[in-house]
Structure formats: structure tokens, C-alpha cells
Design a protein around this ligand. Sequence first.
Ligand SMILES: Cc1cc2nc3c(=O)[nH]c(=O)nc-3n(C[C@H](O)[C@H](O)[C@H](O)COP(=O)(O)OP(=O)(O)OC[C@H]3O[C@@H](n4cnc5c(N)ncnc54)[C@H](O)[C@@H]3O)c2cc1C
Length: 469
Amino acid sequence: MSPRKKVTVLGAGMAGLAAAYELEQLGHQVEVIEASERLGGRVYTHRFGAGPDAPLVELGAMRIPANHRHTLDYIEKLGLSHKLREFKTLFSDDGAYHRTRTGFVRVREAAEVLVADYQELMGDDLKDETVLFGAWITAIGDAIAPGSFMAELRPDFAALLDAVDRIDITPFLVGEARDQIDLHAFFAAHPEVRNSGTGRINHFIGDILDETSAGLRRLEGGMDQIVTALAEQINGPIRTSHEVRGIAVHDDHVAVTVSNGQTQVLHCDQVLSTIPFSVLRRLELSGFSDDKLAVLGEVTHWPATKIGFLCRDAFWERDGINGGASYGGGHIRQTYYPAVEGDPARGAALLASYTIGADAAVLDDLPEEERHALVLDEVAGMHPELLEPGMFVEAVSLPWGKYPWSAGAGVLRWNKDEAACLEERDRAARPERGRLFFAGEPCATVTGWIDGAIESAQRAVRFIEESSR
Ligand SMILES: Cc1cc2nc3c(=O)[nH]c(=O)nc-3n(C[C@H](O)[C@H](O)[C@H](O)COP(=O)(O)OP(=O)(O)OC[C@H]3O[C@@H](n4cnc5c(N)ncnc54)[C@H](O)[C@@H]3O)c2cc1C
């Protein structure tokens, strides 16, 4: 173990809190500086009202893939494992809807129209099963990624399907009519197909598989319980409403300019910054290496917007939907049906719209009232019950692209291959002068997930330990 140190942690999202916790476990002293009034950053559970019975919607992170060991280890360590529940995702409830060129169809009835749509788009010089494969993987991609990104990936998909066409995929046909594909089983049996295309499609398929995997979990009662429980384990002070305005790295200390109404300069021995790069690069920075300044500018962030509705009741259950999500296309993109676990008399929360990338940017630019009205109108096209008197109660939204403390929802690496992702991670995480360390999403091996934030925090803690050896 290295000598006891004093570390100032900037940011109280998952990376900052995990790092503070791990540093204390190793005997170091920490202080956490957080700009907003709230802990958790992009883990943000909104409750419609007070108390444990209030309907809730996750405005940030909402699901945990089964292979996210760092997140699941923390959940266990924090005594929250008994609250893990299945997270029903896109395509998991075949009563949910999917928007096609001919309108909304139930997932269980979608194959025929998806194949027709796909043939119109890509031609049909492939085996029937390969076309079915192409139709489903495109449908899932459309539901997950912004339209512009899918258009960019079209040549990559074509190359992938050439590889699929050489394989007998009949063992992976599922559903009563055997007109659906078990993509998870297919890619598990044929991992070489992912590598036959470009690095970026391999990466994107990884995300498709994560987002539609059967092993997804959630936390009953809200994801922010991880944040609250973790913060309770930290002994050092966590100063909320303290905004970092500048960081100056010197050989013998790091000067951090902080404002909480009054501006003060903290002279720190060692600092661990988890401030998202989209925010950090706008601060007053000095003493940083040229490469760090370069990577701060190069990391790309994209927006995402979530809009939650409080409804009188879970009307979708009467329509045969028992969780999961629909792909509504248009401006709404994804609509999720959270389980009603509070007092039903207090209503039911619907995640009316979840958009990312360019799709989110369109909603972000609208004033809140207009944004909510547009989404209500479009979701009602799929669910006319929303227009029944008293059904829609209120809306909440979080346009992450405009959120001042992350200026984006996540780091975009879908367009990079594996080697480029790792190079960006290593440059982002490299410490400055053995005094300023970095953690958080840009320093993670896998971006866009809590798991990466924790992993990056653990690596930064190792760098801090090593810095005095
Ligand atoms: C819409 C959405 C959906 C997601 N879905 C999932 C999911 O289902 N599952 C999953 O695992 N992950 C999901 N994620 C990703 C996950 O939430 C993030 O990757 C992770 O929480 C990032 O943690 P972080 O600590 O790196 O950053 P953040 O959570 O952004 O923490 C950074 C902290 O720094 C603070 N800060 C910023 N600027 C300053 C400043 N100047 N001074 C002081 N403090 C500052 C911020 O307020 C914040 O608290 C989702 C994210 C979003 C936005």
C-alpha cells in the first residue's frame, strides 16, 4: 500500500463516488467537489411525487447487462442485490409495437413487413433466411441508433450479410412461425462473422447485443439507490453546489478554482477529475500537456433525451403489453413501459420517448412545453388511450445535450474500431505530472455504461497508488 494521501475528487457521478470509496478503502483521505445540488450525475431517477410509492422514471441509466461485473459487484457490496429485477427491453415483449413503413405493427406480426421493407432498401440477391436476418438486425439497429448513423452503416451491414449468407442460419430461427432470429445465439455460435466486417460494425453489434440481451437487470425502487448507498459509505466531505471553474497543474500541487457563490482556490496535493470532457474542456486549464488538451478536444459526445409521462394508469397492459418497449420512430423513437411497483392509485410512469444523437438534438432545441406536446401527440398515434380524459397527467424531460454538467449524454465511439477506442481511452486516462488523474466515461474501456465509469475509477485509483512508488 502507498503512503496515505489526500485526494480531491472532482465530480460526484458514479466514477467520482466509486473512486472516493475505493481510495478510502485503501486508507487515503478524500474530499469530493460536485457542481450540482444532486449526486449521481447521469444516474438520475425522477419520482412523480414523494415517498417510496411514487411512480418513477429513469432519466439516465436504467439497465444493467448481466456481464457488467463492476456494476453488479458494487450492487452486491452495497447490499442492493435483493432489489435486482429483470429489465424488459426492446423486442422482449412481442405485444409491443414496431413502426414500419406501413405503420405500427406488433413485434410478433412484424417479420413479413420488415422483410418487405428491407428488400426495398437493400435488394434481394441473398438467401431468404439471410434477408430475414438482415430485416431483423436492421429493425433492431433502427430502434437503437439514430437514422443518420444507420444510413452511414449501410455498406458495413451489406458486408456483414455476405458473411451471414455463407452460413446455415436455420438453427437460429425462433418464434411460432420461425420468422424471428435469435441473434444472441447466432453471434455466440459464429463470432467470426462480427470480425468479418469493419471494426465499427463489430462494435455496434456489441451494443445491439448488450441492449437486447435477456440478462438485463434494473433496480426496483430506482437506480439512484446505488448512488445514495455509495455516498453513505464515504467518510470524507462531499461538497455539492461547488462548481469547478479552473484547474492549474503545477509540479508541487494542483490549484482548483471552485465557486459556490464565492470563488476560492484550493491548493491540492493530488486531484482526480471525473468531470465529463465536454465540460472540462470549457474550463480555465493550465499546465496541461499538449496531448491532454488535444484529446480533451477530440472526444466526441452525443446528446440523448428522455421524456417521462405520469399516466393515470398502465393503459398499455389492457392493450396486451406487459413491459418491454416499442419503437415508435418519428421524434419519439423508443417508448418503454416500466413495471408499476408503487401504489397504482398514484398512477403509472411511462418512458414516453428515449432518443439519442441527431434525433435527440431535434427535441432538445424545442422549448419544454412544445417538446412535451409533440411527444404526447406522437405517442398517442401509437397509444390513442393517452388522449382519454385524465389519462395524461404530467411530463418531465431531460435533454442531456443541454444539461450543464455533462453537456452531452455519452462519449461516442460507435464510429471507431477497437484499437482507436483503446488509444483514446489511454490518452484520456493518462495522468498529468503525477498529480492530476482522470476517470469517468472518456477513460473507460466501454463508454455509455456505469460499468465503464466504475472500471475507469478503479484504474485511476491504481495510478494514484503507483504514483508514489
Ligand atoms: C440517457 C442515458 C441513459 C443511460 N443508460 C444507461 C444504462 O441503461 N445503463 C448504464 O449502465 N449506463 C447508462 N448510461 C450511462 C451512464 O449513466 C454513464 O456512463 C455514467 O453514469 C457516467 O458516470 P461518470 O461519473 O463518468 O459521469 P457523470 O455521471 O456525468 O458524473 C460527472 C459528475 O461531475 C459533475 N460535474 C460536471 N461539471 C462539474 C464542474 N465544473 N464542477 C464540479 N462537478 C462537475 C456532474 O454534475 C456529475 O455529477 C446512460 C446515460 C444516459 C445519459
